[in-house]
Ligand binder design. Sequence first.
Ligand code: ZN
Ligand code: ZN
Ligand code: ZN
Length: 430
Amino acid sequence: MCKKASDKMKYIADLHTHSKYAGACSDKLTLENMASSASQKGISILGTGDFTHPLWFNEIKSKLHSKGNGVYHLERQEVNFILTTEVSIIFSTGSGNPSLFSRDANNKKIHNCIMAPNIEVAEQINERLSKFGDLKLDGRPVLTISAAHLVELMHGIDKDIIVYPAHIWTPWFGAFGSLSGFDSMKDAYEDQEMHIHALETGLSSDPSMNWRVSSLDKYSLLSGSDAHSLEKLGREVTIFDMKNVSYFDIQNLIKNKNVDSTIEFYPEEGKYHYDGHRRCNISISPEDAKKYNNICPVCRKKLTIGVLHRVEDLADREPGYKPKNVSPYIHAIPLREIIAEANSKGINTLSVKTKYDELINNLGTELFILTDCKIEKIMQIDENVGNAIRNVRNGEVNISPGYDGVFGVIDVMNKNPIKKKGMQRTMRDF
Ligand SMILES: [Zn+2]
Ligand SMILES: [Zn+2]
Ligand SMILES: [Zn+2]
């Protein structure tokens, strides 16, 4: 972040996070570790994640101090915290009871992000939601409640609570997911849809894919890391332009579709971009999947239909269409991945860690290095990494798309670059 003439500043926010209490999450995800990892990465606003979990909420209450305006911080730490959580809701649009395991078309499962303006409101949310599921079981609890009822309930507690659907395109838990989602936001949220002002695009889609669906034009498109480990914090972020960090300013920017910009994964790198079958080693484009009637050519069962396919199904515009008044975005790849790839080392090796620390200690935060640091300066520390970051910034990378839970593979040093279409820009203000 840095001062501009208008005396506003650009604040990088990662609002979709999890604690050590959420399923499959690292026990290193403590408030202290999250804050120090965030400052290394250049994130100045961090969601607490998981405030619905009783033990995590106790830590939030005992460790975070209010700065006013819905913003909290740890003692002697710069990073700003905002109260956030994610809930996994399950409900049926038919007459039967919803089941976690049923593939019944009426069975709906949607992940929703919730933001609260202060600890007192979060406390009320927890009390209400505890009637719909066991909040102790998981930092991201499973609740038996419809999407409309959830929004209505939140709105009834406090009008400043923000609810928005998480990673909307993912097959199992996205509002538009192929397996248990809907075809429109109105269908998903019914008469409460008017209170939804934002959508999370998720790792497997980027804004330009969402621009192809005209009914989504009115929503702010948000990005968050959904990190299950410290290393993955900030892999996607949303940037807000404000005078000071304030929950209410963030709320207004979201409501008025005035998000500054987002930093995104290459959507092909996401785990559900293409169609496919993990067990059968099948990864295919939506076009090819349609040729096979969405049936796996190996096991003859239904393919897991990915994000691109769902976007194609719901799109009423051609690829590349850009609506008016949309926030810009850039693609980035986490620095550790780039170092590992560029020097053909495993991502968890000591040599990658040493190089990562060297780059951060000499050049600045991870997001600055990825988006705005002079390539020559990076080259002075590591020529391969410098070249790789230039390729990533220019969209000159080879990508084999992710599918059915398998991350895509990005070749950052590619010999035969495929020029990716995107809206690359340098963000001088980082
Ligand atoms: Zn989720
Ligand atoms: Zn999540
Ligand atoms: Zn198969």
